[in-house]
Design a protein around this ligand. Structure first.
Ligand SMILES: CC(C)(COP(=O)(O)OP(=O)(O)OC[C@H]1O[C@@H](n2cnc3c(N)ncnc32)[C@H](O)[C@@H]1OP(=O)(O)O)[C@@H](O)C(=O)NCCC(=O)NCCS
Length: 147
């Protein structure tokens, strides 16, 4: 059974492993550690059979939310893990009365773009050459909340 929970100190290694598997320029162990001490940061983990299989990280600043990262380990994809992580974050955003959640995503990342669209995010702009390794534009996607 899949569980969603807050990241704690003992989860940081597992989250870093998922991050390294999923991104060409991964955040370090230290970067996730500092998220634990950042009172603006929210990191939820997905756990199956005691193993961390995914996570989502966001920053809530005043009434604005920025999703930095979502990732699911290769062997657990297409099982609605990312759906559950986003639903948990969206429900926190609504509880905290955020005006919106926003994020950047690589233009070629069809899986992530579909995921965000499924959860009500709209394409609102493009950031030219936002990414390196490889260089690529970002699509800016936002979900607004009624407040
Ligand atoms: C994007 C990612 C997090 C999706 O995780 P996942 O757990 O496999 O996704 P889910 O099973 O919850 O799928 C949810 C929805 O996302 C979309 N989706 C997920 N994978 C997809 C794929 N390979 N192709 C097309 N759409 C996809 C679909 O809309 C899907 O809904 P559906 O199953 O009802 O069609 C995962 O592919 C990943 O970790 N990718 C690498 C890291 C990354 O690119 N993160 C995004 C950075 S902005």
């Amino acid at each position: 059974m899949l569980l969603i929970d807050n990241m704690t100190l003992e989860d940081v290694s597992g989250v870093t492993i998922v991050e390294e598997e999923c991104f060409s320029q991964p955040w370090s162990y230290q970067a996730f550690l500092s998220e634990l001490e950042n009172d603006k940061a929210v990191t939820y983990i997905a756990i199956e059979d005691y193993e961390i299989v995914g996570f989502i990280n966001a920053h809530f600043v005043l009434n604005e939310g920025y999703i930095n990262n979502i990732a699911v380990t290769l062997t657990h994809r297409r099982k609605h893990t990312a759906d559950m992580l986003i639903e948990k974050l969206v429900s926190l955003a609504i509880d905290k009365k955020l005006a919106f959640l926003t994020l950047e995503v690589r233009q070629s990342n069809e899986a992530a773009i579909n995921l965000y669209k499924k959860h009500g995010f709209l394409e609102v702009g493009i950031r030219k050459d936002f990414y390196d390794q490889p260089k690529e534009d970002a699509i800016l996607m936002t979900r607004k909340f009624d407040i």
